[in-house]
Write a protein of this length. Structure first.
Length: 260
């Protein structure tokens, strides 16, 4: 068993703190940008606009992720203290909120440039697991989103939380939602599913949601929410909805391409 007592601050210069979470965001975005440009974008018109698009994606992740956390996970608190919404440095980001932000900004950007939004969303879907991987590793370092108490040999004691050994649920998510999901999407990419706009996006949504849903059984629910209905967390409920959306996309987009 392992004791986690990592410092969430990676670098400190006088009063300036650079946290592992910020570094994870930067590394994930840079690697995703590089791989997209070098291996995954085949259409010239998408390649020419991709750098501009990525700028909007970064903003949508931050704004959408924050608003998603406010609305889905802690609405009553921020309703009482609305100015605290701006205090991003205190933590509180939602993956699903960031995902919705990306979807909305992609639709807007694609309409503006007269492109199919799924050409962008499919590319982002392939590289998203890279960012998810680094994000979950930083969650582990920060001793947040930790798991339930366990006696398994790989249990982790989060010294900043308590003296109990817990499932390292952040690492479970890093492996399944990050590494394994990335490999799954690469397999479908090699089978030319990028030529079927929307299918890769659906595959990403379906597999991510499936992994997230089951891993949350090993994760402590958000303290301010607990379990919502049927002993399910907010993350599981939202993941179930996105799973249905993903399956719908796969079926409809694949069927459309098969008929054309």
């Amino acid at each position: 068993m392992f004791t986690n007592n990592f410092d969430p601050v990676a670098i400190q210069i006088f009063s300036l703190e650079i946290r592992w979470y910020s570094i994870a965001y930067i590394i994930g975005i840079l690697i995703g940008w590089y791989l997209s440009k070098k291996y995954f974008i085949s259409k010239r018109e998408i390649r020419e606009k991709f750098d501009d698009y990525l700028t909007y994606v970064i903003l949508s992740i931050i704004i959408g992720g924050r608003l998603g956390y406010v609305l889905f996970y802690n609405f009553n608190y921020y309703l009482s203290y609305p100015l605290d919404i701006l205090k991003i440095w205190q933590g509180g980001m939602s993956f699903h909120g960031g995902l919705l932000g990306i979807i909305f900004i992609t639709i807007w950007f694609s309409k503006k440039n007269n492109h199919n939004p799924f050409h962008y969303l499919d590319i982002i879907s392939i590289v998203a697991p890279i960012g998810i991987f680094f994000g979950r590793i930083s969650n582990f370092i920060n001793s947040e989103l930790y798991g339930t108490v366990t006696s398994v040999p790989w249990g982790v004691k989060f010294a900043q939380i308590d003296n109990l050994y817990r499932h390292p649920s952040q690492l479970y998510e890093a492996v399944f939602e990050g590494l394994i999901l990335f490999l799954i999407l690469l397999i479908f990419k090699k089978r030319n599913f990028l030529d079927l706009p929307g299918v890769i996006s659906g595959i990403f949504l379906a597999f991510y949601s499936l992994f997230r849903f089951f891993i949350e059984f090993f994760r402590v629910p958000d303290e301010q929410l607990g379990f919502i209905i049927f002993n399910l967390t907010m993350g599981q409920i939202i993941s179930f909805i996105f799973f249905i959306v993903g399956i719908y996309l796969i079926m409809t987009k694949y069927e459309i391409q098969e008929k054309s």
